[in-house]
Design a protein around this ligand. Structure first.
Ligand code: SF4
Length: 225
């Protein structure tokens, strides 16, 4: 099956999903959007109120700031794929529950396999914990790791800067460094990674754990220092 067919199947399953209690409170599920062959994939936490109404990720104030951040990296929104750990809004924007993350995990894994990006950027601690277990975001934000040919970059969630203005400059710096990483990756012509499922740890609440089990030793480049 081609990517479009696989994506249509995935989106159809997400929009009708009843696997967790969020299906009872959502208005619309938010599967994700962007080019299916995107080199860069952003993974946030969960839809908010605006996303819940529109069925699209990052369309509120966080989405506007994300567009600014993308520009700092030399990217535009149509260039990238954007989705969340949870596809349905938790009531009152509360934190995702472990059972909800477990229930929704297969959709995200399927998305990563489908898009097969060169670079995965996590936005916030819940998506960070999937790839950087036992880490604290204030310590590792903006520091990329390469595992099996794919780069993983943990970033603060754009909403964090909206609540704490002092983070805004930090995030812009981190995204500018992301732009440098993307140019470096393009220059090196880093090969596309094997399916992410081979290296992924279990998604956990942050602060999270140790290195990815069975994965190649992460390499950190100096671009972000
Ligand atoms: S959050 Fe995920 S698992 Fe829960 S109902 Fe929505 S799509 Fe299904």
């Amino acid at each position: 099956m081609d990517r479009e067919t696989l994506a249509a199947s995935l989106y159809a399953r997400v929009t009708s999903c009843q696997l967790c209690a969020l299906s009872q409170t959502r208005i619309l599920a938010v599967p994700g959007e962007g080019p299916l062959d995107a080199d860069v994939m952003f993974i946030g936490e969960a839809p908010g109120a605006n996303e819940d109404k529109q069925g699209r990720p990052f369309v509120g104030a966080s989405g506007q700031f994300l567009s600014e951040l993308l520009a700092a990296a030399g990217l535009a929104r149509p260039d990238v794929y954007i989705c969340n750990v949870l596809k349905c809004r938790p009531p009152a924007n509360r934190d995702p529950l472990p059972a909800e993350i477990d229930a929704c995990r297969d959709y995200l894994d399927e998305q990563i396999d489908l898009i097969d990006p060169l670079v995965v950027v996590t936005l916030g601690r819940y998506s960070m914990a999937k790839f950087f277990p036992n880490q604290i975001i204030s310590r590792i934000h903006g520091h990329p790791r390469e595992v099996a040919g794919r780069w993983y970059v943990p970033m603060y969630h754009p909403a964090a800067a909206l609540h704490q203005g002092s983070l805004k400059a930090t995030m812009i710096d981190d995204f500018a460094a992301l732009g440098r990483l993307l140019r470096e990756v393009a220059r090196r012509d880093v090969p596309v990674a094997p399916p992410a499922a081979k290296m992924e740890p279990t998604l956990q609440e942050s602060p999270a754990p140790s290195p990815v089990p069975g994965a190649a030793k992460p390499v950190q480049i100096s671009l972000f220092n």
